[in-house]
Design a protein around this ligand. Sequence first.
Ligand code: SF4
Ligand code: SF4
Length: 419
Amino acid sequence: MRKLVELKYELDKCVKCGTCRSVCPTFRVLGRETACARGKLTLIDAYSSGAIGLSDAYLKHLKECTLCGACRDTCPKGVDTVAIYNAARVDAVQKLGAPVAASLVFKNLLESSKVMDAALKIATRLQGLIFKDATAESGLLSRFSLPVIGKGRLLPPLAREFFLETSEARGLPAPAKTGKAKVAFYAGCGVNYLMPDVGKASIEILKKAGADVFVPSAQVCCGMPAFASGDAAMARQMALKNLEVFEAFDCDYITTSCATCGHGLKHMFADVLSDNPELSSRIEAFSAKVIDINALLVNVLKYRSGGKETGGKLVTYHDPCHLNRAQNVRNEPRELLKSNKNIAFKEMAFPCSCCGLGGGLSLTNYDLSIEITERKIESIRASGADIVATACPGCMVQLRDGLHKYGVNARVAHVVELI
Ligand code: SF4
Ligand code: SF4
């Protein structure tokens, strides 16, 4: 991937106009220059030229960002701000080392999912000791203050049966194509460990839509959490492993119901594996097959809902940054929702504003992260919706926490659960 020093030309494109301030969720909350792209780029430029060092203040400002990409999309000079932020985070980790706890989790997600699965199974059994059920929402509340998590935060329970263990996820690809397309499903950690029902609903809809769908069982984490934390070496290993796993199967498409995983599979692999030119044609072939499940259902499989009962009439939609901005998928989830005659769709104000989760912010600065969520929750409240649909398990976790925290009575669901 491009190193910080190689992005000097991108930094030099910034004319300090400040347009990016108007769309930045962290600037909206913090109201100071270092929270927005203009300030961050000035700091990164100063660091690159040696004027400042890797200070705690520099690192803090780097982390005060959801990597939502709104600044990049609005910048009149086309500065690739997100590429600069990623390179700066990777540079910092290369010089200071990755946090030990995060490295351990990523290492297990990559190398020995059985160890990780066993540890999470134990955690599943113990979660009742640490958390209590939140009655109004499907989630758990910590009974006392915990490192990183804090107290009173609504967290999704670990699944009793992980998605990759379910009968829905098992089964090899049909030897010959019998339906409209042969589709490999990528679950991702959110669906596998927290939301197996989203995975099951995805498989069911893909089958209904006429796809021959199968789930490669050796798949591992997509690498996006490691990449966002600056651990490009770990993300690289995860990308390579997934590339090998999916290359072993003959398929027309690789799809996922996670916006972040989809963005990672489609775009990040080329970035983190760019040091090996021999892989470029393989990555190109792999990335060309990756398509978000909403886009696959609408544009390829021509699926329309048969009128599923959703348990609520008025539905609004939150655009995940990694789907709307990163993959240009906006209309498809709306089309799917509107195709269900049992849904009355209502657009909320600012549907594309970031939910506050991204860039690791909810782990490194939960207070800022959940303050960003407040604006989104106000939009949901004002829409009057019974259900907030979205297409990313990460956004679902953040929205559920925000709805609980700010006292709004709406349910969060993935699009595939409503069509
Ligand atoms: S909008 Fe673009 S050019 Fe203007 S200050 Fe922000 S990053 Fe720089
Ligand atoms: S990526 Fe998003 S949060 Fe980060 S500086 Fe840009 S607009 Fe702000």
